[in-house]
Design a protein around this ligand. Structure first.
Ligand code: GLN
Length: 202
């Protein structure tokens, strides 16, 4: 049976994730209503603006169902704003900003600063033979990660060298950058394997 993977579609760059997941053979569902949260085997939370995404998630009554499924082990991939949504703690949050949580980490919003708003670099990535060409757009980084969090990638060079930009904890994965941009499907493919394994062991 095909995997059904949801893309949270309240705000942000939904289309590129959906296209990548479709190319990898998944059935893709745009998640905008609580009922859709129940139908999916995995979830992608795209980049966008986490403060807006948080407000809309609450306005559409998605916060509780999403928190519950994520806490129950729903495989979830968050990129950029999606990484912020998966963080248990945020640095530089808006005063009333909330997350869905799930990964024991503190994520700093807009961490790379105004001068380097957006940039691209090659990253060594755990489990992948060739580096990942990563596109960062007003990206967060991980200030600190708990003992149960596996670090998958750090920035290699420049002023931000050593900063954590990709992590995994159980079935949850998050990247500071945009793996849906540029046609490299390896990170999504790894995520699809996590979704497959979770469904087989359910
Ligand atoms: N700066 C954005 C935020 O705080 C994230 C940017 C992105 O997702 N490209 O949500």
């Amino acid at each position: 049976m095909k995997l059904t993977i949801g893309v949270l579609a309240v705000q942000g760059d939904v289309r590129e994730h959906a296209a990548t997941l479709t190319a990898l053979g998944a059935d893709v569902v745009a998640v905008r209503r609580p009922g859709e949260v129940e139908q999916i085997d995995g979830l992608v939370i795209p980049g966008g603006e986490s403060t807006v995404m948080d407000k809309l998630v609450r306005a559409f009554d998605l916060q509780e169902p999403l928190r519950k499924r994520i806490a129950d082990g729903l495989p979830t991939l968050g990129s950029c704003a999606g990484m912020i949504m998966l963080a248990d703690r945020i640095a530089d949050a808006r005063p009333d900003q909330q997350t869905l949580g799930g990964i024991d980490m503190t994520v700093r919003r807009n961490a790379f600063g105004r001068q380097v708003d957006s940039f691209e670099t090659d990253l060594d990535y755990a489990g992948l033979d060739e580096p990942v060409h990563a596109v960062f757009i007003r990206a967060p980084w991980v200030d600190e990660a708990g003992a149960g969090v596996e670090v998958l990638a750090r920035v290699g060079e420049g002023p931000a060298a050593g900063r954590i930009v990709a992590v995994r904890q159980g079935n949850l994965m998050a990247t500071s950058f945009h793996p849906e941009v540029g046609g490299d499907r390896r990170i999504h493919a790894e995520f699809v394997r996590i979704v497959e394994n979770a469904r087989e062991s359910a």
